[in-house]
Design a protein around this ligand. Structure first.
Ligand code: ASP
Length: 342
């Protein structure tokens, strides 16, 4: 690590910087400068840290595509001045935001590391300090004067994951995230163990670009036995609906009933993009493996392969924002753009 490494800490809100409201007892976001006072250890790090905060820090349940644009613009405006970026964010929707930012930031040549915590930084047993300090160290990692990580990562409880491969799995444990279909990139023990073979390669000749357009006329539809024809009919006929992430069973399976397939087919014909992801916590969609997915394949449902739901819905919003012609959309979705699918 070079002592001249410059890191920009971007505070959006989340438990890490929250404190108790004495009147209601609920946790709410508080001033970022106070957060840094709680971590004097940051001064010991071998890098220069500057900070920038959302004017009104938010619980991540209130994160929106506008918030993603705000984060991306901070990175864009400070891209050349800093060696790496750490985004402090509530854990509840962190996987959505890390996925969204991964799609927004094309040819990213510097680390963007999301982190947060399960307990506020002022709590005696907090996990915030370790997460924050190690996320900054990871963002500062350099080899031959170049950043080691050139992608959007998520650091939590001793592991750095590819951001768009993560999902939150616990509201209780410090080990709150997992990456079901892609191994962790770095493990923090006595040393930081970097799995170099797993990192996203960078083509240094291509310019860094930020894509800011999202189309949020989308929804996630989780399959369950008993799904009702009238309900589905109403949903697929929502005016202006442009995309659906369909959470299916197992390797991408769904009912074979005629009304069900017909409703999806009509939706596709009317221009709605339907992406098939599995509601299992690991594994991939493989349409055609079972009879219960053959029809989906036939009518032109897009395979989300081994994408998380978080990556699928943010990629859908991102690609819809790019105005890709309908005839190319399936192909565009089924190709990985930031290592989000296998
Ligand atoms: N509700 C909080 C948030 O997502 C939880 C956390 O920060 O971990 O903002």
């Amino acid at each position: 690590m070079r002592s001249s490494t410059k890191i920009l800490l971007i505070y959006t809100g989340g438990t890490i910087g929250m404190q108790k409201d004495f009147e209601t007892g609920a946790l709410k976001a508080f001033n970022f400068s106070k957060l840094l006072q709680r971590v004097p250890e940051l001064k010991l790090l071998d890098c220069a840290i500057e900070t920038i905060s959302f004017e009104n820090p938010i619980d991540s349940s209130n994160i929106s595509p506008e918030s993603w644009v705000a984060i991306a613009e901070v990175i864009e405006q400070n891209y050349t001045a800093f060696d790496g970026f750490v985004v402090l964010h509530g854990s509840d929707t962190m996987s959505y935001s890390a996925s969204a930012l991964s799609f927004m930031l094309e040819n990213l040549g510097k680390p963007v590391i999301f982190t947060g915590s399960q307990l506020p930084i002022g709590d005696l047993r907090t996990d915030a300090k370790e997460n924050l300090i190690t996320a900054i160290q990871i963002a500062s990692l350099q080899e031959n004067g170049k950043p080691v990580i050139t992608e959007v990562g998520l650091y939590f409880e001793y592991k750095l994951y590819r951001g768009n491969r993560t999902t939150k799995i616990s509201a209780e444990h410090f080990n709150a995230f997992t990456s079901p279909n892609y191994p962790f990139l770095i493990e923090s023990g006595v040393h930081l163990k970097v799995n170099k073979d797993l990192l996203l390669p960078l083509d240094a000749n291509k310019p860094f670009r930020v894509h800011k357009l999202f189309d949020a006329h989308v929804m996630i539809l989780k399959m369950f036995p008993g799904i009702n024809q009238k309900v589905l009919e109403t949903l697929v006929n929502i005016p202006d609906l442009k995309g659906i992430v369909l959470e299916t069973y197992g390797s991408g399976n769904a009912p074979t009933e005629e009304w069900f397939i017909e409703l999806l087919q009509q939706a596709i014909i009317s221009g709605i993009h339907i992406v098939n992801v599995t509601q299992c916590s690991g594994g991939s969609v493989n349409m055609g493996k079972y009879e219960t997915s053959s029809e989906l394949k036939k009518i032109g449902v897009i395979s989300g392969k081994d994408c998380t739901t978080e990556a699928a819905i943010t990629k859908l919003m991102h690609l819809l924002g790019q105005n890709i012609p309908t005839s190319d959309f399936k192909n565009s979705f089924e190709n990985a753009i930031r290592g989000e699918m296998g």
